[in-house]
Design a protein around this ligand. Structure first.
Ligand SMILES: NC(=O)c1ccc[n+]([C@@H]2O[C@H](COP(=O)([O-])OP(=O)(O)OC[C@H]3O[C@@H](n4cnc5c(N)ncnc54)[C@H](OP(=O)(O)O)[C@@H]3O)[C@@H](O)[C@H]2O)c1
Length: 260
């Protein structure tokens, strides 16, 4: 029997990268998964790659910066299975630029996607989790939320804000057995996050450059993050809430100098 039998999970940004790996891991443990994102073709690709015939996968086209689409998403979850046990706020965007040069639109994009969306999703699913007797919210933040990366200031701020909001939601809802935890990855390969910044063809070189900065000697893979998400989704973490877990090959303690 899977660890998530009879559970229903919403996973934002489930069409690619980390979200796709989490959807697959949760589905393989028996969960019903609602995967959402703006591109339906990518959601369908995820569903196909997991199990083209599964009745436990629902693709819901959703922009997490739009309140109406968020409402459609959680109502779809309730129509599908009558409950919401797990929410993974994974959808995210990153744009580079010094603080002086960051266009105002980039502030809006990152804050709305990485902070506002997760907040709106959390507060909207809380009543359903209460009704189900509890729940687990897993927010995919970043080590950028605890480090000051030049050229990524607004991304850092959006993830730091997400972490603080997560901890307040954790405090406000602990009495209802709703747990809220953040995962802080470092560089994760096989994702689209860096593509708009470097151009798809240059991203592998970017990963190569960053690999030695992770003390464990490699960048992450989406499955590394999916394992941590599974831990937070199950009762194995039943006494853990408000945690910021670095899943980062040790990068949070590293300097900009490769290990000897
Ligand atoms: N890759 C890394 O190195 C790394 C490191 C630390 C943290 N993270 C975090 O990990 C999370 C997942 O990113 P990833 O690395 O897997 O990169 P990714 O492949 O770019 O995934 C991001 C996903 O978010 C979705 N998305 C973006 N804006 C959205 C919106 N407004 N509404 C709904 N969905 C939206 C995208 O799908 P659509 O474009 O189809 O909407 C995409 O599937 C992000 O929160 C990111 O900040 C990544």
């Amino acid at each position: 029997m899977g660890q998530l039998e009879r559970k229903t999970a919403i996973i934002t940004g489930g069409g690619t990268g980390i979200g796709r790996a989490i959807a697959k891991r949760f589905h393989n443990e028996g969960a019903t998964v609602l995967i959402c994102g703006r591109r339906m073709n990518m959601l369908k690709e995820t569903a196909e790659s997991i199990d083209p015939n599964s009745p436990r996968i629902l693709c819901v086209k959703t922009d997490v910066t739009d309140e109406k689409e968020i409402e459609h998403l959680y109502k779809s979850a309730m129509s599908k299975s009558g409950r919401i046990d797990i929410l993974v706020n994974n959808a995210g965007v990153m744009r580079f630029g010094s603080l002086a040069e960051t266009p105002l639109d980039d502030w809006d994009l990152m804050m709305k996607t990485n902070t506002w969306g997760p907040w709106r999703l959390m507060v909207n699913v809380l009543p359903y989790m209460k009704k189900a007797g509890g729940g687990s919210i897993i927010n995919i933040s970043s080590i950028a939320g605890i480090k000051s990366y030049p050229g990524a200031g607004i991304y850092c701020a959006s993830k730091a804000a997400m972490q603080v909001i997560s901890q307040v939601v954790a405090m406000e809802n602990a009495g209802d057995n709703i747990r809220v935890n953040c995962i802080l990855p470092a560089v994760v390969e096989d994702t689209e996050l860096s593509n708009p910044i470097f151009g798809e063809e240059n991203v592998p070189a970017f990963w190569d450059k960053l690999r030695p900065l992770h003390p464990l000697g490699r960048n992450g893979k989406p499955d590394d993050i999916a394992e941590a998400a599974l831990f937070f989704a199950t009762d194995q973490s039943s006494w853990i809430t408000g945690t910021l877990l670095n899943v980062d090959g040790g990068r949070h303690m590293a300097t900009n100098r490769p290990a000897d």
